[in-house]
Design a protein around this ligand. Structure first.
Ligand SMILES: NC(=O)c1ccc[n+]([C@@H]2O[C@H](COP(=O)([O-])OP(=O)(O)OC[C@H]3O[C@@H](n4cnc5c(N)ncnc54)[C@H](OP(=O)(O)O)[C@@H]3O)[C@@H](O)[C@H]2O)c1
Length: 289
């Protein structure tokens, strides 16, 4: 299936749904029990099904996730894929950023990244130094575009000041429960400044698919879609918002693909925004406020 794409005014595009890879091959460290062939196959299945943008990070499974992706993408045409990786907060010094990207490219067995993100701000390393490295990486063709993750409006503004190129996306925790990007003004800021909000954890690790409040059941019936499809569609039906999900199982992959190619009505998006129960103002991980 062809996943619909969204386009920024500056011409940069992303599919509305990408493949996340957190927990593929391990979490913070490599899982010694990982069935590598199965992991590689799950990534390939996603690509065969039409998911052409893959998100990863040097931090995932200590680089092992990138190695698995490298194996998975070998027989696909590079220009048909978009590969996103992230430099860890501890590696934001100028020379460390270069070393990190080179190692990521080596593990992924590619010669450029489509987008390179700062995984999260590090207040102990001047953002000016990191952005100089990002700019130089872009000029040298090792990365095509620059993005950030878990950045607030204030940190985004600071990063942009030192860059001279557009920042194309901010990857943040955003779903029907975690509304920080709305409350902090980040979502509005990104819309006004031509930046994608790439919502991570759209299903709150599957919880929002399994445990549906009545309002989701009502919309499930109205649109004849599963709760997971309603929850994902709520994100991608909004301006400047795209998302990504980890989908190792074929069942979840198929279900989430059914979340794209249609749209909730504007009034229903707003009803869900207001009436969805147990909303949290800040991310359970890192407040952006
Ligand atoms: N920038 C950051 O700081 C940051 C932080 C967290 C995540 N991320 C990125 O965002 C991606 C998505 O985050 P996430 O994986 O936490 O999001 P998620 O999609 O909310 O959760 C994925 C989990 O839910 C399950 N799942 C997927 N679709 C489902 C469905 N339709 N029904 C029931 N369960 C379903 C998956 O199982 P299976 O895998 O077994 O199919 C997996 O365990 C990550 O992989 C990572 O690339 C970035």
């Amino acid at each position: 299936m062809k996943i619909p794409r969204k386009e920024l005014l500056n011409g940069f595009t992303l599919p509305v749904l990408s493949m996340g890879t957190w927990m593929i091959g391990g979490g913070a460290t490599r899982d010694p029990e990982c069935d590598e062939d199965l992991a590689v196959e799950s990534i390939r299945s996603g690509i065969h099904a039409g998911i052409t943008c893959i998100d990863t990070a040097e931090m995932y499974a200590d680089g092992f996730t990138e190695q698995l992706i490298g194996r998975a993408i070998k027989n696909f045409s590079r220009h048909e894929l978009q590969l996103i990786s992230k430099v860890s907060p501890k590696n934001l010094r100028y020379s460390d950023v270069f070393q990190s990207v080179e190692l990521s490219l080596e593990r992924l067995q590619i010669d450029y990244l489509d987008v390179y993100l700062i995984h999260k701000p590090n207040p102990n390393i001047p953002i000016k130094e990191t952005m100089r490295a990002m700019r130089d990486l872009r000029e040298q063709g090792l990365i095509r575009e620059i993005g950030v993750s878990n950045f607030s409006v204030a940190t985004l503004l600071e990063a942009q000041q030192h860059l001279g190129f557009p920042i194309v996306l901010d990857q943040v925790h955003y779903n029907l429960v975690f509304r920080e990007p709305e409350i902090s003004g980040l979502l509005d800021y990104c819309r006004e400044n031509d930046i994608f909000v790439m919502a991570w954890r759209p299903l709150e690790k599957g919880v929002l698919a399994a445990d549906s409040p009545d309002i989701i059941k009502i919309f499930s019936d109205k649109y004849n879609r599963t709760p997971a499809q309603i929850v994902i569609n709520w994100l991608i039906s909004q301006d400047n918002v795209v998302t990504l999900s980890t989908m190792r199982s074929e069942r979840n992959l198929r279900e989430n693909l059914g979340a794209v190619g249609w749209s909730l009505e504007a009034a229903d998006i707003e009803e869900l925004r207001v009436a969805f129960p147990n909303q949290e103002k800040v991310s359970n991980r890192e407040p952006l406020l």
